[in-house]
Structure formats: structure tokens, C-alpha cells
Design a protein around this ligand. Sequence first.
Ligand SMILES: NC(=O)c1ccc[n+]([C@@H]2O[C@H](COP(=O)([O-])OP(=O)(O)OC[C@H]3O[C@@H](n4cnc5c(N)ncnc54)[C@H](OP(=O)(O)O)[C@@H]3O)[C@@H](O)[C@H]2O)c1
Length: 249
Amino acid sequence: MLSRSGHEAGEGVEVVTGDLAADVGIDVAVAGVEIIVHCAGGPKGDEDKARNLVRAASRAGARHLVYISVVGADRIPVAGGVDRAMFGYFASKLAAGRVVAESGLPWTTLRATQFHDLVLLVARYLAKLPVVPVFPGFQFQPVDTDEVAARLVELALGQPAGLVPEMGGPKVYGMAELVRSYLQATDRRRWLLPIGLPTQAAAAIRAGANLTPDHAVGHRTWEEFLRDRLADARTEPPARAPREVGTPA
Ligand SMILES: NC(=O)c1ccc[n+]([C@@H]2O[C@H](COP(=O)([O-])OP(=O)(O)OC[C@H]3O[C@@H](n4cnc5c(N)ncnc54)[C@H](OP(=O)(O)O)[C@@H]3O)[C@@H](O)[C@H]2O)c1
């Protein structure tokens, strides 16, 4: 495994410290590796990371490169300004996917919807605000990270297959619905403040470009995930006394 910060090795995992963006340590990480699963991603810069990886992987003679992208990467047009700042991630994933597809290496790319963990991260962040902004019309189809990981393993052990069918969670939720479920489950009360985003990317998301209802293959629901996570009290910071603003959600 390649990591910038270094993780503890274990369970047959050997860790190489490096950085795909800075092009450091990649040759060492891929030396002798036949199958590469490229999960390293962030809000921006994934194209450069992919380019550095495929160069090293080609030199090493890798025989299968598996990449995880996001549903909507090809359907959400990202212009400049606000779109780039808020939704540049989708363009970055699309560009990285092209690098993989044009690498000359045998490849497989899976596009998945948002992970439950990401929804929880965002909900936790938003819940710290006294008034929570939500984007009307935004919907999400969260999928379980373990299920996506299992699919990536299956793909990695199979033949290179190019762009494979998308993977989405079992249900679609409105953004406000997701936020409310978190607030309710953690006994918080907040006002939700609807904010319309008049941008191209936001319009595409309102039209469902980030969803894949025909590929709702995930099993674990957001409700199950949230219940399980919150059952582990150690992972959940104690609820702070909310600052009430009128009648909250
Ligand atoms: N989260 C979602 O909802 C979602 C949905 C669809 C697809 N995806 C894709 O799935 C992948 C994993 O997402 P995630 O949310 O699980 O991400 P994450 O928790 O932020 O993990 C990203 C991983 O990438 C590694 N990484 C980032 N930049 C790196 C660099 N420059 N060099 C080497 N390693 C680097 C990080 O390792 P270190 O910090 O140890 O270096 C970390 O392990 C990403 O490609 C993401 O775009 C995510």
C-alpha cells in the first residue's frame, strides 16, 4: 500500500511511504506489483496523481490497473468560478479516469456514488453550524464503503474490463432528509437554510446526474450505517447544547 503518512503494516499489508501528487515513492510501491488498485483521491489534483501513477505502473509492467471514480463524473459539467470551487472534484475524477483509460495499461474503472462515511463526515461538519445550509433538489444515493471495496477486489481479481457498470447505494435521499436523520439520531436541533445554487453543475445534480437508480446494487442502507456507527459511542463526539434559532428541524 502507498500512503503519504505511512500506516502500520499488518495483515499481509506492506506499506510504502510516498506521494502520488509529488511523484515520490511510486516506483518503489509498484515494483513487482501486477495488479494496482488506485484509490488515492482528494478534492482536486487527481489527474496529476493518475498520470504519475500510470507512468510508474507502465515502467513496472503492471498487468491491471483498477480505478475508483465517482458517479456523475461524466454528467456533471464543471465550469469555472463557483462550479470549479464546489464541484471541481467531478472534473478531476473524469480527467483522472481518462488518464487511466489512455494509459496503454489494461484497466478497469468503477464509478460509485457517495460513500456513507462521506455523508456522515459532511453531516457532522454541518451539525456544528447553528444554521445548516442545504441545497434544495440535491439528492444522494449513499453506498457502503465495504461493499465498494469488495467490488473493487472482485474487479481487481478479474480480467481488465474498461468502464464497468456503476455502483450505487440501495436508496436515494434528499440532502435535507440526510441532514435531518443525522440531527435526529444525535439529538440535535438546527434550522435548515435552503440555498439555491444557480450553476451548471448544481443544475445537473438537481437533475440527478450524481445518482444511478438503475445500479442500486448496494445493500446496506444509510439508516443501518448510521445506527451502527452511532451505537459505537466512542466514535461519536457528545452532542453540544444546540444554539436554538426559532423552531429547528
Ligand atoms: N468518498 C466518497 O463518497 C467517494 C465516492 C466515489 C468515489 N470515491 C473515490 O474513492 C477513493 C477513496 O475515497 P475516500 O473518500 O475513501 O478517500 P479518503 O478517505 O480521503 O482516502 C483517500 C486515500 O488516498 C490517499 N491519498 C490521497 N492523496 C494521496 C497522494 N497524493 N499520494 C498517495 N496517497 C494519497 C490517502 O492516503 P494517505 O492520507 O495515507 O496518504 C487516503 O488513503 C477516492 O479516489 C475517491 O475519489 C469516493
